[in-house]
Design a protein around this ligand. Structure first.
Ligand SMILES: [Fe+2]
Ligand SMILES: [Fe+2]
Length: 242
C-alpha cells in the first residue's frame, strides 16, 4: 500500500519526533491536522508527548498513521529536494499563497467584526489577531526572501558559514521564534472561533472567513514544517560541513 520510496509507517514509535514523521511521509500531515497536533512548531517533540497533550492515546495515533494511505494529491517530497529547490518551492507556493490570501482575510475579518461583534464579542479579537498575523507574516517572509533563503542557497553552493554577518544559525533561530508567534496566533484564532465552526446565524462572509482561516492554518503548518523540520536543519548541517 505504500510507494516503494516511502519508509514504512510502522517504523515510527511513540518516541519519534512528529516533524520527522511528516518529513518522511508528508501525507501524514493531514492526520495531525485532524487531531490538532502541531507538527511544525512542535516538530521536535516526540509523538507520545504531543498526543497526550491532546488527550489522545499514542498507540491509537500510531495506528491511525499506519492506516493512512498516501492521498491522491501528494504533498511534495521536501526531503528529496536540494536546499535551493526547496527554498524556491516555498517562495513560489506558500509565500505566494500567504501574500494573496492574508489581505483578503484581514478585509473579511474587519467586515465581520464591524457587523457582528454585537452578537459575538470575540469577533473583534479575531479581526485584531488576523491583522497582527498579517503584519508579522509579511515582515517575516521578507526576511526569509531577502536574507535567509539567499544565505541558504550560498551555503549549498559551498560558501563558508559566517561569510556574511555571523552564522546562519542566528537568522534560523529568529525565524523559528517568529514561526512560534505565528503558530500561537492561528491557535488563538482556532480557539476564538470554536475550531473555525460557524454558528447557526453566521452570514456568508462570516462562513467564508472561517473557511479561509481554516485553510490558512493548514497551509501555514505545511509551510512552517518544511522550514523548521527540513530546510533549516539541513542548512545547519550543510553549513557545518563547509
Ligand atoms: Fe516561509
Ligand atoms: Fe518562515
Amino acid at each position: 500500500m505504500n510507494p516503494a520510496s516511502a519508509p514504512e509507517t510502522s517504523s515510527f514509535t511513540p518516541e519519534t519526533p512528529v516533524g520527522a514523521i511528516v518529513a518522511a511521509r508528508p501525507a501524514l500531515a493531514r492526520v495531525f491536522e485532524k487531531l490538532g497536533i502541531d507538527y511544525c512548531c512542535g516538530g521536535k517533540r516526540p509523538l507520545a508527548e504531543l498526543a497526550r497533550a491532546r488527550g489522545l492515546d499514542p498507540a491509537t495515533v500510531l495506528a491511525m498513521l499506519d492506516a493512512t494511505v498516501p492521498a491522491g494529491v501528494a504533498e511534495v517530497d521536501a526531503a528529496a529536494m536540494t536546499l535551493a529547490e526547496l527554498a524556491d518551492h516555498i517562495e513560489r507556493t506558500h509565500h505566494e499563497y500567504v501574500k494573496a490570501e492574508l489581505p483578503r482575510l484581514v478585509e473579511m475579518a474587519d467586515r465581520v467584526a464591524r457587523k457582528h461583534a454585537w452578537r459575538d464579542a470575540r469577533l473583534k479579537e479575531v479581526a485584531e489577531t488576523v491583522t497582527i498575523l498579517a503584519n508579522e507574516m509579511f515582515s517575516h517572509m521578507a526576511k526569509e526572501e531577502r536574507i535567509l533563503f539567499p544565505f541558504v542557497r550560498q551555503i549549498e553552493a559551498g560558501a563558508p558559514d559566517g561569510f556574511h554577518c555571523g552564522s546562519i544559525a542566528n537568522p534560523i533561530r529568529q525565524m523559528e521564534d517568529e514561526h512560534e508567534f505565528a503558530g500561537r496566533a492561528v491557535a488563538r484564532l482556532r480557539a476564538l472561533t470554536d475550531g473555525f465552526r460557524p454558528d447557526a446565524e453566521a452570514c456568508n462572509t462570516h462562513r467564508a472567513l472561517l473557511g479561509g482561516l481554516e485553510e490558512f492554518e493548514a497551509d501555514l503548518h505545511r509551510h512552517m514544517h518544511k522550514e523548521n523540520n527540513v530546510l533549516f536543519p539541513r542548512a545547519l548541517e550543510r553549513a557545518a560541513r563547509n
